[in-house]
Each structure stands twice: as structure tokens, then as C-alpha cells.
Design a protein around this ligand. Sequence first.
Ligand SMILES: [Zn+2]
Length: 452
Amino acid sequence: MTRTLFLCIKIALVVAVAIWLANRPGAVSIEWLGWRLDNAPVGLLMLVALLVAAAAALIYRFWRFLYRAPESIGRKLQEGRTRRGYKALNQGMLAVAAGDADEAKRWARKAETLLDEPPLTLLISAQAAQLGGDDQAAKRYFTAMLDSEETRFLGLRGLVIQALRDGDDDAALDYARKAQTLRPKTPWVLTTLFELSERGGDLEAADRALKLATRLKALPAADARGKRVALLLERAEQADGQGQRDRALGFARDAHKQAPDSLAAVLLLARLAVAAGRGREAQKVIERTWARTPHAGLAELYRAADGKADALGQVKRMAKLAAAKPHDPESHLAQAEACLVAELWGEARRHIDAAIGDARPSARVCRLMARLEEAENDDTAAARAWLERAGTAPADPTWVCASCGAVAAAWGAHCRVCDSFDSLAWGLPPGLAAPEQPVLDAEVIEDARVKA
Ligand SMILES: [Zn+2]
């Protein structure tokens, strides 16, 4: 609206000036290249000069437009390509996040042709290939990323994951070490170095990586402590296997200090101490922890800790140990075993009965009863009945893998079935855990109340 108004004013001004000029008095004569003009009005000539100048200005602008056209058209086209390239990159990332391999690959290819940004397009292409299961292409893209300083670390991460997928731990460890030289404090680098070193048997390197990861809080504190204890126990077992008893004991002591409640740590420390002829140390450790972790294995090691004690002496020692937690079934069973060996039948029976309490006797208790019947009364029929009962009795707790549910007779840093690290815990085998109390719903409670 305003523009139209201005244009009208401009035209009116020009017309007014032209009329005013045309009406000026006076005349001009021109002779030029054989042409002759006489008595031309000055105003008209000035008007013609004005029009010629305007036409020249217009022609110049048009020429400038033509001259610059290719450049500006090229720029516009490039801008369009870049915009479409980034859009393709965006779509590719969304497809990767959504797990759509075909779509991701399509957008990655498009972004690659439209954009001149190798770091970005290589990553998305690698991810798309990885998603689509094209391991060779993924490896190629990740390797290409090593060439640029910007993308080297990301490329190494991709190669670590790729190598782990291929089950090539050595290559993965190699890439992880290279990644560590670039960024030594990155959490995934440290946890990967720990896991791979541990799995590869380089427990010292694993320990170093774990300590650093713990210090940098790359792992939750409880998780880090659990792993550290398991690793120390594994180192203790490894050193013991190599005949380095003192070193083994050192690791076990450290593990026990880190986690005084860890049953696996107490068991290993006591076992190594007994084997090293350090019965008193084993005895002290077991006495100190019995109240928290009473266990048949510990009772057995406690007996072995003083090999010189006779049967009656062992009964006394077990009574002393059991005093730390007198009502625990394990305390009664440990004493029952000692009484059985000392042929104190009545005491043995009393302890077994106390261990059973109101519960159904477990398989282990049934076997103990069978031994008692046989030893005390030579009653093979009763012994056989108890053994039969053991077959259907509730299972005893054992080492159970939290990852796959497999059971093991002894603790180990790795599950023998699924190879998970630090997955064994003492407990009831899966499916045999004590049934929970049925939850009463409101109707049942109401029913009971009415009947009462
Ligand atoms: Zn397992």
C-alpha cells in the first residue's frame, strides 16, 4: 500500500518535472555527424537526456544480473543440497534409533551423496551397516573413521563393539587400548578394558582398569566393590594355582577386608590359611564372621584349622564357635556333626532336631539323620528310609548363577555354564526357593472375619 503510494508520488513528480522542463523558454541548435537540429526546445532536450540516462541505468542493472546469475544460482542449489543432506542425516539417525536397518541405510546413502561431511556420514553409514548385520561394511566405515582426528575415537569404539560381536577379544582389547591412549578416562574404555583383561586372564591389568574406573565413578559403587572382591578372589585362586601361597593369602585377606560379609571371601581366606598351616588365622576369621555368615563349609574348615584336637576337643571347639549364633540351624548342624564323630548320639540327635525346628528337614539334614541311625543303632532300615526321604526333601542352598540359574558346588569368579563374571551367590536353586505366603485379597479377609 505504502509502496504503491510512493510510486504514484514518484510518477507524479517525474511528470511534473517533465512538463515544467518542456515549458521552459529557449532553443538549442545541434550539428552532429551530418545531422542538424534547429530550434529544439531546451526542456525537451533535457527530458530526452534524462530518459537516456534512465535507460542506461536499467541496461546496466540487467547486465549485472546476467553476469552474477550462475554464481547465485549455484549457491542456491548448494544450499538446497546441504539442507536436504542434513535432513537425510536426521532421518538416518531416527531410523538407527528406531532399529530400522533398511531405512537407515537408504538415508545414510542419501546423506553421503548430498553432504561433504565425512565424519557425520561415516558414522551414520557405519551404524546403519551394523544394524543391518553387514559387519564387513561397518568395519570398513569404522576403519575409515580412524583417518580423521575428529572421528578416530568414535571409530575405535565402533571397532571394539564390532570385534566383540565377532567374538575376537584380542582385537577388541587392542582397539580399547588405542582408545585409552586417546581418552584415558572415558568410562566405557575403562569398563571394557577391565572386562576384556579379566576374561583374557590378565588380572593385573584388569585390576588397574577397575581401580581407575572406580575412582572415576564409571561404575556404581556397590557394583564396583562386588567386582573388585570377585577379582581379588580370582587373583588369589590364580596365585594359589601357581604355587604362590603367600601372594594368594594376601589377595584373599584383601578381599575379606573389602567385604567382610562376603561368604566367598571368608571361605577362600579360611581355606588358604588352613592350607598354608595358618590354622589360628583361619580359626579367628571364622569365629569373627560366624554370626553373620554361618556356613557348613566354614564349620568344616574350622575343624580342619586345629587338626590336633581329638573328637571331644572338636565338640568343645564347635560349641564355642556356635555360641556366636546359637539358634542358627548351621550352628546346630555343625555341633551335630562333631557329636556324631565323638559318638555323643543323644547330643547329636538333639542338635539335629533343633536344626529342623518346625521346618521340613532338608536333604542334607535327612542324610545326617541316616548317618546317625546307622552309627548309633546300626538301623539300616531307618537309615535307608532317611536317605529315601532325602530324595524328595527340600533342596539345600548352594551357589547359584544370577545370570543363567546354573548351580555350582563351589564358588568361582565365573559361572561354568554361561561364563558370567561375579554372578554366583549363595542361595536356593531357582524354582526351589521357599514359596511366598499367599497374599489374601480383601474378599477372603472379609469372609474370614464374617465366619469368626
Ligand atoms: Zn551362569
